[in-house]
Design a protein around this ligand. Structure first.
Ligand SMILES: Nc1ncnc2c1ncn2[C@@H]1O[C@H](COP(=O)(O)OP(=O)(O)O)[C@@H](O)[C@H]1O
Ligand SMILES: [Mg+2]
Length: 130
């Protein structure tokens, strides 16, 4: 069982991560939170999308938005109200990130997309920016 000191250190670490993400959103068009499963990415991003950086939340574990994005990535991204948080972005297909890139190439404002994805080998190519 973690000690009280371990828990306090973990909370402090988490708080500094949260601040770093919020700070990145203030200056950067797309912020991508990439990491192993079960480390708390979705929880943290949802909190930020609700509190510090109000955003439309899309979760690609849900087949409805996932299939919409797979069918028509450009239309899906164009129809998203921004700021938008997309969870499990690697499940949206290989044309999704280029569609996001095209939107933010035309609109340079900061904090438009917060993306989270899992760091597995099959996700990496789908999420690389050409
Ligand atoms: N700050 C935290 N402290 C304790 N448990 C947490 C914290 N953040 C998330 N969790 C728990 O850890 C698990 C994984 O969190 P989740 O956000 O789904 O991770 P990921 O999106 O990286 O897979 C969930 O059961 C969640 O409730
Ligand atoms: Mg998650």
């Amino acid at each position: 069982m973690p000690s009280f000191a371990d828990q306090a250190a973990s909370e402090l670490y988490r708080q500094s991560e949260r601040e770093a993400i919020v700070e990145a959103l203030a200056t950067t068009r797309v912020v991508f939170l990439l990491g192993a499963r079960q480390v708390g990415k979705s929880t943290l991003a949802r909190q930020i999308a609700k509190e510090e950086h109000s955003a439309t939340v899309v979760d690609f574990d849900d087949p409805t938005p996932r299939n919409a994005a797979l069918d028509d990535p450009v239309g899906f991204v164009a129809g998203l109200e921004r700021p938008a948080f997309i969870d499990e972005v690697q499940r949206g297909g290989s044309d999704l990130v280029p569609a996001i890139k095209s939107v933010v190439d035309r609109d340079q404002s900061a904090g438009q997309f917060l993306l989270t994805g899992s760091a597995n080998r099959s996700a990496a190519p789908a999420c690389s920016i050409p």
